[in-house]
Design a protein around this ligand. Structure first.
Ligand code: URP
Ligand code: ZN
Ligand code: ZN
Length: 470
């Protein structure tokens, strides 16, 4: 059984050319002119791009006194409607548990629900000697990236000794260390002071997590990675100072230091947390939204290669949760920002918003958009060229992207399991027409044709011990 995507323009990180794409079973078998197949997907007047890969998501995650509202089915369906066909989620080590435990808990969440392919990073919260020894076996599990939190004191935060020991072990085995880089100790002091002074509105979430505390932690993580030799990936980088720390590392020749930013940091500022009433809670995430000059710095960073990936940090919560069968959500923090669950939805909007405001405005080339959202994620996280490109032998995770399609983003029509979107009412131009996951059409216009349970776990490769990409 073969399928041909006919009459489109193939766009990869490196090329743009007119070609049909022939799929047999789950894989691409040919890219070229005049191809024919049993089934035909119309790609005329459209781009054919590799499916998006979102390497930073939190589905079904217990956090902030509740659980994130998208699970491995609703999150996957929403991702696919937005043109994303693979994501990597964070499996959090339970206190006192092993890394294997983390993986089993998160695999159970995905089993029977996954509708697109997925991988896991493991987040270490409790680095005992046996867990340190277990790190190498993550590679057998198909997990080659380990996350540590430098913030969320008393919950997920680890100290520098833990971070550094994990890096030393990672360097020995080619594991990629990921960090949430904010100085959690200093933030804890600022939060206590704010609460004592009665400063409890959502905006104080941003004011108690100043950019310098992210820049400091980013620099610290970078320097520790340089000393240990571990490959480092800084997640959700938000501001100019943190970007400078990454650039300085690159200027020193540290080619094993990588960083991502997330869609929302290009478009919103800390002023969004000060919207009327409690509305600002929708924008509460960590690190917080910053200033306009930081947005400019991030656009420069993705254009000049200082930032390698744009992900979402999709961690959706209900704005008005805790009723009508909904999990508790942002309303938990009405009395104080400290109790607002941190995180925002975004897995569905990423490609559309970045295409409209990045590609169409000339801030990103078409190829760079694909590179940042599809190809670099696969390369850095050890699954390229199985994923992340349009080439014979690659999985047929493909999007027929209609550059003329106009949509108005709204929580009422998006598919994320939450009652709001940061982009309510935004007009986008450029959206998926058809989405395929390993050769199966999962989104056909407005229609969902995917299937819970069809998504597969992707085994990923580690870095080479000489620092080469996986
Ligand atoms: O606010 C956020 N980002 N929530 C998810 C957890 C994390 O820090 O990535
Ligand atoms: Zn984080
Ligand atoms: Zn996150």
């Amino acid at each position: 059984m073969s399928t041909v995507l006919k009459g489109g323009t193939v766009v990869t990180a490196g090329d743009t050319f007119a070609a049909d794409v022939l799929i047999e079973g789950e894989q691409i078998v040919a890219v070229g002119r005049g191809l024919n197949g049993d089934d035909v997907v119309d790609a005329t007047d459209a781009y054919v791009i590799p499916g998006g890969i979102d390497v930073h998501t939190h589905l079904d995650m217990p956090f902030g006194g509740t659980v994130s509202s998208d699970d491995f089915f609703t999150g996957h369906r929403a991702a696919a409607f937005g043109g994303t066909t693979m994501h990597i989620d964070f499996a959090i080590q339970p206190t006192g548990g092993t890394l294997r435990d983390a993986l089993e808990i998160w695999q159970a969440k995905a089993t029977g629900k996954a509708a697109i392919d997925y991988g896991f990073h493991i987040a270490i919260t409790d680095l005992t000697d046996s867990v340190l020894a277990e790190m190498a076996s993550c590679i057998e599990y198909g997990v080659t990236s380990i996350k540590l939190f430098m913030a969320y004191k008393g919950i997920l935060q680890v100290d520098d000794a833990t971070l550094f020991r994990a890096m030393q072990q990672a360097a020995k085995h080619g594991l990629l260390i990921m960090v949430h880089a904010e100085n959690g100790d200093a933030i804890d002091v600022l939060v206590r002071e704010a609460v004592a002074a009665g400063q409890t509105a959502p905006k104080f979430h941003a004011l108690t997590r100043p950019p310098a505390l992210e820049a400091e932690a980013t620099n610290r993580a970078v320097r520790l990675a340089e000393v240990s030799g571990a490959p480092l990936y800084v997640v959700h980088l938000t501001n100019e100072g943190a970007l400078e720390a990454v650039r300085a590392a690159h200027h020193r020749g540290s080619s094993h230091i990588f960083a991502e930013t997330c869609t929302q940091y290009f478009f919103f500022t800390k002023d969004d947390l000060d919207r009327e009433g409690f509305e600002g809670a929708k924008w509460v995430c960590s690190p917080p939204l910053r200033e306009l000059h930081d947005q400019t710095a991030l656009w420069q960073g993705v254009a000049d290669g200082s930032l390698e990936v744009i992900s979402t940090d999709h961690c959706s919560f209900w704005f008005e949760g805790g009723r009508d069968g909904r999990l508790a959500g942002k309303e938990l923090g009405r009395a104080s920002f400290v109790q607002i669950p941190n995180g925002c939805p975004g897995i569905e909007e990423r490609l559309m918003v970045l295409y409209t405001h990045g590609v169409r405005t000339g801030k990103l080339s078409l190829n760079r958009w694909v590179e940042l959202c599809c190809t670099n994620p696969a390369k850095l996280f050890g699954c390229y060229p199985q994923k992340g490109t349009v080439s014979p032998g690659s999985d047929a995770d493909l999007v027929v992207w209609d550059p003329a399609m106009r949509r108005t983003l709204s929580a009422a029509t998006l598919h994320q399991n939450t009652d709001y979107t940061l982009y309510e009412g935004w007009e986008v131009q450029g959206a998926p027409r058809t989405v395929l996951s390993r050769g199966r059409v999962v989104v056909d216009g407005e229609r969902w044709t995917g299937e819970a349970g069809a998504g597969r776990f992707v085994h990923r490769r580690p870095f080479g011990l000489n620092g080469t990409l996986p």
